[in-house]
Each structure stands twice: as C-alpha cells, then as structure tokens.
Design a protein around this ligand. Sequence first.
Ligand SMILES: C[SH](C)CC(=O)O
Length: 268
Amino acid sequence: VAGGNVGEQVDHKIIGIDPGAGLMKAAENAMKEYGLDDWELVEGSSAAMTAALTQAYKEKKPIIVTGWTPHWMFSKFEMKYLDDPKGVFGKDEQIHTIVRKGLKEDQPSAYAFLDKFEWKASDMEKVMLDIADGKKPEEAAADWVKNNEDTVNKWVEGIQPAPGKKLTLAYVAWDSEIASTNVVKTVLEQKLQYQVELSQVEAGPMWIGVSNGDVDGMVAAWLPTTHADYYKKLGSTVEDLGPNLDGTKLGLAVPTYMNINSIEDLKK
Ligand SMILES: C[SH](C)CC(=O)O
C-alpha cells in the first residue's frame, strides 16, 4: 500500500471489538498516550472486527484492528503488531480459569478438571483456525479432543465422572474463548458426563455471573493486566484457579502489506 498519511487511508479509524473487553480500554489508553486525538476506536464485536479484517485483506486495503494472541488472524493472514514503544499494551500475560466460590464442594469433579485444564497457544489457535475455516465450535472442539487424547486424559486422570450433573460456563464471544470454552465443555461432557450449558455474555456480566454464583465458572480471565478492573472489583468473590494458557499478547495489528511499524507512525 502506497505511503502517505495512513490516517487518511483508514479514515482515522481503528476497528475494535466489544466495549467491555479490556483490550478496548488498552486501545483507548494507547490513543491518548500516542496523541491520536483525531482517531476513532470503532466499537463492535470480535466477529465484526474479523469480518472487516477479512474483507480489507482480500482487497489488500489498509486496516488497523485491535489484535490479540492467540488469534487465527496471525496464521490465516500475514499480520504484524505495531510496535508499542510506550508499553501501553503491557507485557505478555495469561488467561485464567475463574470459578464460583463453593464449586469445589458442590461439583468436586468439575472443579478438579477445571483446576487441571491448561493448554498451549498453539492448541487454542488450532481450534480457532478450524472454526474460522467454517467448522462449528463444538465440532472443532470435538476434533481437537479426539486428536489430543493424551493431553485430555491427563486432565481427567483419577477424576470421578458425574453423570447427569449440570454445569454452566460463561464466556464472551471472543474467537479465543469460543475455542477454549467449547473444548472444556466437550471434555466435561465426554469424559466426566456432565450436562454443560454455555452462557454467552459480555465481559462484565461474565465476571458478575461467576461472582454471584449464577454460573459455575469461566476460562476467559485475561490477567493480571487486561481484566485488572474486573479482578479488582470481584476478585475476592470468586476463586482463581490460575492460568489455563500462558503467553498471550495484546496490541494494534495490521496486515504486513502496510508500511507502518509502530503506533508512533499513526500520528503523522
Ligand atoms: C479479547 S481478549 C484480548 C480479552 C479482553 O480484551 O478483555
């Protein structure tokens, strides 16, 4: 894409996701810190952002999105993060599993598995890519579980199945959490015989649902930075089972065909 003012090329818009995502707060912060006063962070959803990215990429048009790792955009497209010299987007962090207080007593088998659940960014990306390529989330999750028996059996080793018991997991429709939550559901159902219901909500209601016990848990807590606000408010009312994935990253991402490399370059 020719040089010139990238702001004009993208109509001074950064394509974001749902307003409750910590990534959006970080992006707003970055726009302030880098003096992008005449820019707009477009709110929407993970699905709308990836649809806009797919369209622009097909037409080799310039686009700037709020991006995160793990995400299939980095394997499906040639993408790069814009350098963040001021470190506004923080360092790599983890995704944690958070459950309601009392789950250990009420559902010991589910608790024991959720405490063991941990996988790699490459595992998550595989499921995400299958979904991006058209598989239903439950299908992509079932395939991953089938193809990773060793890992899955380690997760459930020695845990008593709980036939007929019900469990509700909350998640936000981020591509990453659609993948992880469906894998967790599949393992709970296939290996521990739970009946699992998934509740898709925004980030705030997800945290509140675990805090007030409306849902049993979630595997979508980006900590210590991205969900710091939610954790500060509700951390004492939930049980944090620790990381289920290590090595995440947040930032502004662009196709590599754009000749900008830093958030600083947006100021010109
Ligand atoms: C969409 S993931 C980076 C999580 C979040 O931003 O809250």
